[in-house]
Design a protein around this ligand. Structure first.
Ligand SMILES: C[S@@+](CC[C@H](N)C(=O)[O-])C[C@H]1O[C@@H](n2cnc3c(N)ncnc32)[C@H](O)[C@@H]1O
Length: 256
């Protein structure tokens, strides 16, 4: 699991938070009492949950100490938990288990999703958003650079780090256990200043395990230079010089 840099992640906070807004707005629960935000990061998604349901008890959970420190600095009175989702087990059922842009980092969704669902109380919900852009140029180019002979061996686990399945997989897994399943995908078209800004975006998330797999600073720089040169070819500038960065995301809300 790569380490996280809360400041770098917050560089594109506006773009990153929109999917959480869209997910929260579609959760059809009027009065959940207990909510947990899994992979809460610096707490932006947790704050939005508290805003929508001010009377609920809301906890944020993340396995990155740095992220939890940033969250606790912003909101010292709220409940923050350092824990790994892989081994997390709720002491009592939750009315809402929420996760925005985190479960793609957690392996074995065939085991994970039913386990999370079983920790949701009756008439509660599991609400999840994950990137689903694995056929997009940015992801394919990242894998292409990772397969370069210069570091192919070091990259073995990084290329496996993010795993999101197809909607049909989650449907078969969850549908037998729920009263209703809401499912959709949205492609956000981010307007970036340059291909270098796409690289900067990726540094805050998906690029992390790839860079951490390389120990030498000059190799990291070489990896980034190669990746950037491919981004410059794939993401051509618009007339005003800006670059469109389409980013597809999968949403699911499973109601018990
Ligand atoms: C892209 S951030 C999302 C943060 C927040 N949910 C938001 O919407 O802004 C992903 C977060 O998931 C956390 N994460 C990744 N794998 C995790 C795991 N196995 N257990 C707990 N947290 C994890 C990371 O530490 C990171 O803070």
């Amino acid at each position: 699991m790569p380490s996280w840099d809360a400041n770098l992640y917050l560089r594109f906070a506006g773009e990153r938070i929109q999917p959480a807004i869209d997910l929260i707005s579609r959760i059809a629960l009027s009065d959940p009492k207990r909510i947990v935000d899994l992979g809460c990061g610096p707490g932006n998604s947790t704050a939005m949950l508290r805003e929508r349901w001010p009377a609920a008890e809301v906890a944020g959970l993340d396995n990155s100490r740095e992220m939890i420190v940033a969250a606790a600095q912003a909101h010292p009175d709220w409940t923050w938990i350092v824990h790994d989702i892989t081994t997390w087990k709720a002491a009592a059922p939750f009315d809402l288990i929420f996760s925005n842009a985190a479960l793609q980092w957690v392996p074995n969704h065939a085991e994970l999703m039913p386990r999370l669902l079983m920790q949701v109380g009756s008439r509660g919900a599991l609400a999840v958003q994950m990137p689903a852009h694995f056929q997009s140029p940015v992801h394919e180019l990242l894998l292409e650079v990772a397969h370069n002979d210069a570091w192919r061996y070091e990259m073995r686990s990084a290329v496996q780090a993010i795993k999101v399945e197809r909607p049909a997989f989650y449907y078969d897994l969850l549908r037998p256990h729920v009263s209703k399943l809401d499912f959709w995908e949205t492609e956000y078209i981010h307007q970036m200043n340059s291909p270098a800004a796409i690289l900067e975006w990726m540094r805050g998330t998906a690029l992390r395990p790839f860079l951490e797999a390389l120990s030498a600073a000059d190799q990291k720089r070489r990896f980034e230079r190669l990746f950037l040169s491919r981004l410059e070819t794939a993401y051509a500038p618009q007339k005003d010089g800006r670059v469109l960065f389409p980013f597809r995301r999968l949403f699911l809300i499973a109601y018990r």
